[in-house]
Design a protein around this ligand. Structure first.
Ligand code: ADP
Ligand code: MG
Length: 706
């Protein structure tokens, strides 16, 4: 149940509550502005901003009206020319004239009776549309509006134009938006009046009205919209809601003062000694930053960001060792069972040597196994536990959890991070992510979480040679991997998600597996999401042990798997993967000191964007460049749609032009929480309305829970 104030009910009512939105139109609106499983609502219409405007003012005489631009002209209906009999596909034409000249209105598949009624001969009419020249004569195909003088007087001079879906006209949408504006209740002002005055920003409702009821088409041009105080006001509302929600989470996590989660360094030193390598400078820096968080009396909430292969795991491990030194427990959570097991196998020997108790806990563990781990955690015999999200289910109780490390998961939402923190007293949290998050996105997604970045890879890594190969040359690919395994290398072979059904994906992977088996026999293994946990472990273990040389998989190996001897990565139907995903996959190789090769096998013909994407990958291994290029290429694709340069998860704010607002919102949010942590002042109350309006309800629950 939502605790949303009833004040906002009219805005969160279904769009069908608006006049004219019946059972036929509702699905169209759902498709345009709803979300899967959530039909369009009144508020979605309000936030569906127009993409331009049309001038409805009369544009002088017919002869002078510009060709090609939207115009509104007036004249007298002079004659009708129905389609000749037997040629139903020829258009129905109507001649409109004034003293200066004439224009032919052209209608395909016309209903004669209706045209005779709307355009009676001899009557004065006003029409809007684009005039074009056809055989030197002026014509207007399907005018988008035909009115008499009286109807024109009731219309706004300028009309907003909306991003559309098949079957919905801009005019209909405009009517619904207009009705939606009528539903806006009187709202308290949640922004600081001084800030609004300085930025010349209007009130929320005024801003929406100004944008949906433009006074000139120029007002809604791309350049003007970006700078428009009306749009920026709305974008700022959205950004402040999100930053405030994040600030609330953060302040709740930090309210309980942090505890000392680092000891004398003995354990950390022992683990460092047993590593076969020295840390890179940025690993050293991250370890230092984490240590100062752990010893401070503030709780740690830190993001460790580093490209694939940059060595995040060992940094996380040293942090856990610190917590254990201080007499507490540490937990490492991985997104998949495969990864959890891999981490466990890595860390266990080090932990054993240092005399630590350590266990693995996964969702599939039952009975005695599970009971034993749970006991160890609650009684304190276990110092470090590695697992999947099963770690944070109910029933898992720690004696004294000091640090939670979350691996490879920037997808976690706010509440998952909260669930972690709730397992202990003032738990310090370290989130490790391989996905390079551009600064703006990190700020929008994590608020002012502290960030440590691993900027370089461990020395001695060889660059990965990346090649594009057409599927027609599969034989050559098979030949090449034959040579690679003969030379002692190992190979990942990734089959794509087709998307329609998992069964199909699986069938494709199995077919490839059988094909490769017929060539390479038992040295081929198969792993996919449908395998039982044990079988997954076995398949992975044989590959790690080098018993299988080629591992065919669906994308289950996407994140984190670390087998240094694997030096060849074949990605089938590479054109179907996202750039970031390809980069992650490729990051599975190039981990040892041998040269590595990535073969991007595609099915042609490739469109220009698909080719550009794959070429980006061939040219660089730099995750940041790839992420930026990805945004750019996707951005261009999305320009065709309605949502330009959007910030993921945001409806109004933009990645390109609202960075300044994002930073202002962060500072504003921090200040608000400092002064009024429970949001109980008058402005605080108004800000609660804002949080609901932009659906950041999770944060409100925190307030109530205290
Ligand atoms: P990721 O950041 O992608 O999680 P991992 O932590 O899995 O990377 O590390 C990748 C590989 O690099 C592992 O085999 C790890 O042991 C190794 N490694 C980590 N740090 C260093 C280092 N400083 N020097 C050499 N190898 C390192
Ligand atoms: Mg990793």
């Amino acid at each position: 149940m939502s605790l949303r104030p009833s004040l906002l009910d009219p805005l969160f009512a279904s769009a069908t509550s608006l006049p004219g939105v019946g059972p036929k139109l509702a699905p169209l609106l759902d498709r345009l502005i709803g979300e899967p499983g959530r039909p369009a609502r009144v508020v979605d219409l309000l936030f569906h901003l127009p993409t331009g405007g049309i001038d409805r003012e009369l544009k002088g005489s017919i002869a002078e009206a510009p060709i090609g631009d939207p115009v509104t002209i007036s004249g007298v209906v002079a004659a009708h020319y129905p389609s000749p009999p037997g040629r139903a596909r020829a258009p129905y034409r109507v001649l409109l004239e004034d003293e200066s000249g004439d224009v032919t209105l052209v209608f395909f598949h016309a209903q004669c009776a209706r045209l005779e009624k709307t355009l009676p001969v001899g009557a004065g009419r006003i029409v809007s549309g684009r005039i074009e020249l056809w055989d030197g004569r002026r014509q207007m195909v399907h005018p988008d509006r035909i009115l008499d003088q009286e109807a024109l007087d009731r219309l706004p001079a300028v009309e907003a134009v909306y991003g559309l879906t098949e079957g919905l006209s801009s005019r209909m949408l405009g009517r619904y938006v207009e009705a939606a504006i009528g539903r806006i209740p009187p709202l308290p002002e949640w922004q600081d009046p001084a800030w609004l005055a300085r930025e010349r920003m209007p009130a929320f409702r005024t801003a929406l009205e100004a944008i949906h009821r433009p006074s000139s088409p120029a007002q809604l041009s791309e350049e003007n919209l970006i700078r428009s105080p009306d749009r920026r006001r709305l974008a700022y509302d959205e950004l402040l809601a999100s930053q405030l929600a994040l600030a609330l989470v953060r302040s709740r996590m930090r309210r309980a003062p942090g505890r000392l989660n680092a000891g004398d360094g003995r354990l950390v030193e022992a683990i460092r000694q047993s590593l076969s390598f020295g840390l890179t400078p940025s690993q050293e820096r991250a370890v230092g930053e984490i240590r100062s968080d752990l010893v401070s009396d503030r709780r740690m909430l830190r993001l460790l960001q580093g490209d694939v292969g940059s060595g995040k795991t060992v940094v996380g491990l040293l942090a856990m060792a610190s917590a254990v030194e201080a007499g507490r427990q540490a937990a490492l959570m991985a997104p998949t069972e495969i990864l959890a097991r891999q981490h466990f196998l890595r860390i266990e020997p080090l932990a054993k040597e240092a005399g630590l108790g350590m266990a693995l806990l996964m969702g599939r563990d039952r009975g005695a196994v599970r009971r034993k781990v749970l006991e160890g955690l609650s009684e304190g015999a276990l110092d470090i536990v590695v697992g999947t999200h099963a770690l944070f289910q109910e029933g898992v109780v720690f004696r004294d959890l000091g640090l939670a490390v979350v691996d490879e998961q920037h997808r976690f939402g706010v509440h998952q991070r909260l669930a972690l923190g709730a397992k202990g007293e003032a738990v310090d949290i370290l989130v490790m992510t391989a996905t390079p998050i551009p600064r703006t996105l990190a700020l929008a997604g994590f608020g002012d979480m502290d960030i440590s970045v691993l900027t370089e890879k461990p020395a001695g890594r060889k660059p990965i040679a990346t090649r594009l190969v057409s599927i027609d040359r599969l034989d050559e690919v098979v030949g090449a991997i034959g040579r690679a395994i003969a030379a002692g290398d190992q190979v990942y072979w990734v089959c794509p998600l087709v998307g329609e059904s998992e069964a199909l994906d699986l069938a494709a992977a199995e077919e490839r597996f059988n094909g490769l088996r017929s060539v390479f026999g038992n040295s081929v293994g198969l792993i996919h999401g449908k395998l039982a946990g044990r079988d997954k472990d076995d398949a992975m273990a044989s590959f790690v042990a080098g018993e299988t040389k080629i591992l065919v998989s669906t994308t289950v190996i996407e994140v984190g798997v670390d087998v240094p001897r694997a030096t060849v990565m074949v990605i089938e139907h590479a054109e179907r993967f996202g750039l970031a995903q390809l980069h992650q996959l490729r990051g599975r190789i190039g981990r040892g000191d041998r040269a590595s090769t990535c073969l991007l096998v595609y099915k042609g013909p490739l469109g220009p964007t698909a080719r550009a994407r794959l070429e980006t990958l061939r040219e660089t291994e730099d995750g940041f460049r790839i992420a930026e290029e990805d945004l750019r290429l996707r951005g261009e694709g999305e320009m065709l749609g309605t949502r330009q340069s959007g910030l993921p998860g945001f409806k109004l704010a933009r990645l390109d032009s609202d960075r300044d607002l994002l930073e202002a919102a962060r500072d504003d949010a921090r200040l608000i929480i400092e002064r009024d942590p429970e949001l109980v002042s008058a402005r605080g109350e108004a800000l609660r309305v804002l949080l609901y309006l932009f659906e950041r309800d999770t944060a409100i629950k925190l307030l109530r829970a205290g």
